[in-house]
Ligand binder design. Structure first.
Ligand SMILES: [Zn+2]
Length: 581
């Protein structure tokens, strides 16, 4: 490793010698230009890179200069060196790839941060493994406080069943415990948790929720959709400094994965407060676009929160509304029954009328709406609601409404998405994760689940996200999944360029910021990611192995690997190189 590093340093030194020679040769021209109009020197320059701009006019350049957080110049090394001054920080990227910074258009960043403190059940392959993880979690949790776990998936368990209250009671019986399924549309509470929530054999579930019962009518502890709130509402909220710490932790992971913008779905007022406090304190590592729950619609509209509220680091201008659950939990609303559970078509959260009125009132208040809709029935309902709102609210089309997940589609729904100018917000990493899709919906319907190519071909705008913590907060994993994961049974592959655009250019459009970011263009903000290899050139199956060397947000290096740090060419070294040349 040391040898490789020093080798790189040698390369960079000889490179600098060459580039300064070139600079000397062109200095007369540069001087003539600068004498006409004195130029301010760049803060930072990146040289000797493969810069993929995603801009049609100049798709690839070698170097760029950053000034005051914006991209001041792009071009060849010598062109960019012409705007460097003695205080400019220079990086010789040694052939590394630079892309516009990635955006994750669908995360639950705050929950992710909080979950990083709970028990991680994602990898559990049996009920007894869940039990032993919870036992350890209970040991490190102060007595009397909740024992929490996240990420179980019955499909990965040998027993192929949901963990129930008795499984939990066996390891935690003296205090409440609750574990959430990976999709977050289902959870299991132990007996103390059910007691606290007052869930008995006579409890009626709330609308849009299900309390699972055994053959005797006793609650099993499994709660679906809106019924989860009965237990979850008793868990003391994380607030203040602890919450900020959790968000910072999640954000650090996101930024080191190359994210410069994150769409963040919140469900608690204190989450917004924490984000605002962090923004004021300069603690946000990436730009945050906040989606608030539809229940806040009235109050938020009244205080003037809508499209345009916020600044370049933190914006609140979208409403998230649920129409159904998840395919994994069989709560996504389908037109015809589940193939592996013929007595259910899923769960609807709102009636069509109620959904129409939510979408109409959000549109009137100038909010973008992000409608969670997974099943074909839910997607049809979402489209109907948007189509109706377009008829009565003239500004509706300008708000760029979106449907989140858009999983189970058909050609008619795809046509309606395009016609209603709706953004399809997809999470490509569901393709490798959801191997049970053909079982849930049958072979015929499965062919149009996650149809990325058909969506793009229709001309609709498609944007990419992770749905973290459901899937990893790693855009390169998402891009890799979009390019490689479709099996032929379900999902469709797209090429690497299109996949990258889901997380950059298209994502910028989704927040009305296409003039500000999404491509590398002079005048746009300097949101960049530096990668060790070019995702357009490596074999598709290697995309997920690409390493992020650095993440730059508004010209500030928010993450830099050791290798990247070694690429910094110090002033002394540059002067040395100049003297030798
Ligand atoms: Zn989500």
């Amino acid at each position: 490793m040391a040898e490789r590093l020093s080798g790189r340093r040698n390369t960079s030194r000889s490179y600098l010698a060459r580039s300064t020679t070139r600079r000397a040769a062109t200095s007369t021209v540069a001087r003539r230009e600068t004498s006409a109009k004195p130029q301010r020197a760049a803060d930072t320059i990146f040289l000797n890179a493969q810069i993929i701009t995603l801009d049609r006019v100049r798709p690839q350049v070698q170097a760029l200069a950053i000034e005051h957080g914006h991209i001041a110049k792009i071009g060849r090394d010598r062109e960019v060196l012409s705007v460097a001054g003695k205080n400019t920080r220079a990086w010789n990227l040694d052939g590394a790839t630079v892309l516009p910074g990635f955006t994750d258009c669908h995360t639950h960043l705050v929950s992710y941060g909080i979950q990083l403190h709970g028990a991680n059940l994602r990898k559990a392959t049996s009920i007894s493994e869940i039990q032993s993880i919870l036992r350890k979690q209970a040991e490190k949790t102060p007595p009397g406080t909740w024992v929490l776990g996240y990420g179980w998936d019955q499909e990965k368990l040998n027993e192929r069943r949901f963990p129930n209250r008795h499984d939990l009671d066996a390891v935690v019986s003296d205090r409440p415990a609750c574990i959430t399924r990976i999709c977050e549309h289902m959870c299991t509470g132990n007996s103390p948790a059910l007691q606290l929530a007052n869930i008995t054999r006579t409890t009626t579930p709330p609308i849009g929720g299900v309390i699972d019962r055994d053959e005797t009518g006793e609650p099993t502890g499994v709660l679906r959709e809106n019924a989860m709130g009965l237990v979850l509402s008793h868990i003391p909220a994380v607030d203040g400094a602890e919450l900020r710490k959790a968000i910072s932790l999640a954000m650090r992971k996101a930024v080191s994965a190359g994210l410069t913008s994150i769409h963040c779905i919140v469900d608690q007022p204190q989450h917004v407060r924490a984000l605002q406090a962090m923004s004021r304190a300069g603690e946000l590592g990436a730009r945050i676009y906040v989606l608030i729950p539809d229940e806040w619609l009235g109050p938020a509209g009244e205080i003037g929160v809508s499209t345009g509220f916020g600044d370049e680091m933190l914006r609140i201008q979208a409403i998230k509304v649920f129409t159904d659950g998840s395919l994994g939990a069989r709560t996504a609303a389908l037109e015809s029954p589940y193939s592996d559970s013929p007595d259910t078509r899923g769960v609807l959260i709102h009636s069509q009328d109620k959904l129409n009125s939510i979408i109409e009132s959000a549109s009137r208040q100038g909010f973008q709406i992000a409608i969670h809709a997974i099943g074909d029935h839910a997607i049809a309902m979402a489209l109907t609601a948007i189509e109706k709102a377009r008829d009565v609210v003239p500004q509706c089309d300008k708000l760029r409404h979106r449907i989140e997940h858009v999983a189970v589609l058909n050609p008619d729904l795809i046509k309606r998405i395009k016609q209603a100018k709706v953004i399809a917000s997809v999470q490509p990493h569901f393709i490798p994760s959801d191997s049970w899709v053909p079982a849930r919906v049958g072979r015929e319907r499965a062919k149009l689940v996650y149809p990325l190519r058909s969506l793009l071909r229709s001309g609709a705008t498609v944007v990419g996200g992770s749905d973290c913590p459901v899937e990893p907060i790693d855009p390169l994993e998402g891009i890799s999944a979009a390019v490689t994961s479709a099996t032929g049974d379900y999902g469709e592959r797209i090429d690497a360029q299109a996949a990258i655009e889901l997380f950059t250019k298209n994502a910028a459009y989704a927040t009305h910021e296409e003039k500000l970011k999404g491509t590398i263009h002079e005048g746009k903000v300097a949101d960049l990611v530096v990668l060790d290899r070019d995702p357009l050139k490596v074999p598709p199956e290697q995309i997920r192995q690409i390493k992020v060397l650095a993440t730059v947000v508004g010209g500030r290096i928010m993450y830099g690997s050791k290798r990247f740090q070694a690429m910094r060419t110090s002033n002394e070294r540059r002067q040395l190189a100049r003297r030798h040349s």
